[in-house]
Design a protein around this ligand. Structure first.
Ligand SMILES: Cc1ncc(COP(=O)(O)O)c(C=O)c1O
Length: 396
C-alpha cells in the first residue's frame, strides 16, 4: 500500500482523533525514516520525543528480541526482575526512593495525582486534594490529566472537568502563592513545557516553587514525560536547575519507542500508596522494562548526554544565526535537544514546506516550531536540517 491507500483506509477505519498528515512511515534507520511511497526524511521530531536513540538502534533491537524470546509479560502479582532493576537504576540517578511503572505519560501523571491526594488526605485530612498546575502546561488526555492541563482548549466539550485543579501563571511565583488554598496538596509542573511551546523555567522560579511547597507542606511533582531521560543533556531535566521534586513522572524516551511510563517518588511520598491503591495490568512488563533498561543504560554509559549537549549547543547557535537573518523569528529557546523557534508567521506552513524538502519537524501553538531530534543526530544531519529550514524560511 502507498501513502494515499493507507490514508484512505485509515480515514475509513481509524477514529478521527488526529489531524494526520497523509504520510505513513514504513521504515527507519538512525535519524531517518522512509514513507510508503519510498520518500526519505530526516526526522527532527523523533516520534514526539520518543525515539531518542533513533530508529532500529542495535541496543534496543537486541533487548527486545532477546526478551521477547524468553518472557514478555506476567503480571504485577509477581515480582519482575527487569522492573526491579529498572527501578533501581532510575532511583539511583535521582533524589527519589521508589518507582511505579505504567504505560504512558498520561498514566504516569494520573498516578502522581492519585498519590498526591492519597498521601495528603491520610496525613492532613479529607479536605486536602487540590493540585495547582500552570498555564500552557500539558499533562495528558485522561480526564484528570486533561483537567490538570492548564489550557482550556483541551477541556472544551468534556466538561464537567474533575474537581480540584487550579492554574497559576507559568513563571509567576506571586500568582502561585495566590492560587494556593487550604485544600491544596501539591504543585505540578513541567520544568520545560513541551506542548505549550518549549518554555524553559527559570532557576529562580523553580527554586521559589520548591521553597513555597516546603513552607506549605505541599508535594512538588515534576512532569518530565517530554523533557526527561537525557533530552536536556542531564539525565533528568530538573538536574539542570538544582531543584528536587518529591514526585517525578517519565515516559516518552524511557524505552526509546517501546510504550512505558513511570512515576518516581520520595520514600515519604511513596508511603501514601499501599497494596490495592493503584495498579496497571501492563505496567512494568518484562519486555517494556528490559527495553527501558537497555536504553537507559546506554544513555548513561556511552557518552550520549555529552553528545546531546554538544549537538544542542551547535543547533542553538545555528538557529540563533537564522534569527539574526530573519526578523520574523521572535525567539529561539530550549535546552539540549529540545528546541523551540517562535515565529511571527504561520508555523504550520513552515512545517509543510520542511516536510516537502525532506525534514520532519512539529509546530505547537500555531507559531512555535518544535524540534526534538534523536540523541544520535550527527553534525552533518544537523547542518542538513538547518539548511532546509533556512531555505524554507527564505521563502516566507
Ligand atoms: C509533558 C507531558 N506530559 C504528559 C504527556 C502525555 O503523555 P502520553 O501521550 O504518553 O499519555 C505528554 C505528551 O505529550 C507530555 O508532553
Amino acid at each position: 500500500m502507498n501513502n494515499a491507500q493507507i490514508t484512505a483506509k485509515g480515514e475509513k477505519y481509524v477514529m478521527n482523533t488526529y489531524k494526520r498528515i497523509p504520510v505513513a512511515f514504513v521504515k527507519g534507520e538512525g535519524s531517518w525514516v522512509w514513507d510508503a511511497d519510498g520518500n526519505k526524511y530526516l526526522d527532527f521530531l523523533s516520534g514526539l520525543a520518543v525515539n531518542c536513540l533513533g530508529y532500529n538502534h542495535p541496543v534496543m533491537v537486541k533487548a527486545i528480541s532477546e526478551q521477547a524470546a524468553k518472557i514478555m509479560h506476567t503480571s504485577n502479582l509477581y515480582w519482575i526482575k527487569q522492573q526491579v532493576e529498572l527501578a533501581q537504576v532510575l532511583v539511583s540517578q535521582s533524589c527519589l526512593g521508589k518507582a511505579f511503572f505504567c504505560n504512558s505519560g498520561g498514566e504516569a501523571n494520573e498516578s502522581a495525582i492519585k498519590l498526591a491526594r492519597k498521601y495528603a488526605k491520610a496525613r492532613m485530612g479529607e479536605g486536602k486534594y487540590g493540585i495547582i498546575t500552570f498555564t500552557n502546561s500539558f499533562h495528558g488526555r485522561t480526564l484528570a490529566t486533561m483537567a490538570a492541563t492548564g489550557q482550556t482548549k483541551y477541556h472544551k466539550g468534556f466538561e464537567p472537568m474533575p474537581e480540584g485543579f487550579g492554574y497559576a501563571k507559568f513563571g509567576d511565583l506571586e500568582d502561585l502563592k495566590n492560587k494556593i488554598t487550604e485544600s491544596t496538596c501539591a504543585v505540578m509542573l513541567e520544568p520545560i513545557q513541551g506542548e505549550g511551546g518549549i518554555n524553559v523555567s527559570s532557576q529562580e522560579f523553580l527554586k521559589g516553587v520548591r521553597k513555597l511547597c516546603d513552607q506549605k507542606g505541599l508535594l512538588l511533582i515534576f512532569d518530565e514525560v517530554q523533557c526527561g531521560i537525557g533530552r536536556t543533556g542531564k539525565f533528568f531535566a530538573h538536574q539542570n536547575f538544582g531543584v528536587k521534586p518529591d514526585v517525578l513522572t517519565l515516559a516518552k524516551s524511557l524505552a526509546g519507542g517501546f510504550p512505558i511510563g513511570a512515576m518516581l517518588a520520595s520514600d515519604e511520598a511513596a508511603s501514601g500508596f499501599g497494596p490495592g491503591d493503584h495498579a496497571s495490568t501492563f505496567g512494568g512488563s518484562h519486555l517494556a522494562c528490559s527495553t527501558a533498561l537497555a536504553v537507559v543504560n546506554h544513555i548513561l554509559d556511552s557518552g550520549v548526554m555529552e553528545h546531546i549537549l554538544n549537538m544542542g549547543a551547535y543547533l542553538m547557535e545555528e538557529f540563533q544565526g537564522l534569527k539574526d537573518k530573519y526578523p520574523f523569528i521572535k525567539e529561539v529557546r530550549g535546552m539540549g535537544l529540545m528546541i523551540g523557534i517562535q515565529l511571527e508567521a504561520d508555523g504550520n506552513w513552515v512545517l509543510d514546506q520542511c516536510q516537502k524538502e525532506g525534514l520532519i519537524i512539529n509546530c505547537v501553538g500555531g507559531n512555535v516550531l518544535r524540534l526534538l531530534p534523536t540523541y544520535v543526530v550527527t553534525k552533518e544531519e544537523a547542518n542538513l536540517a538547518v539548511g532546509i529550514l533556512d531555505s524554507v524560511l527564505a521563502k516566507l
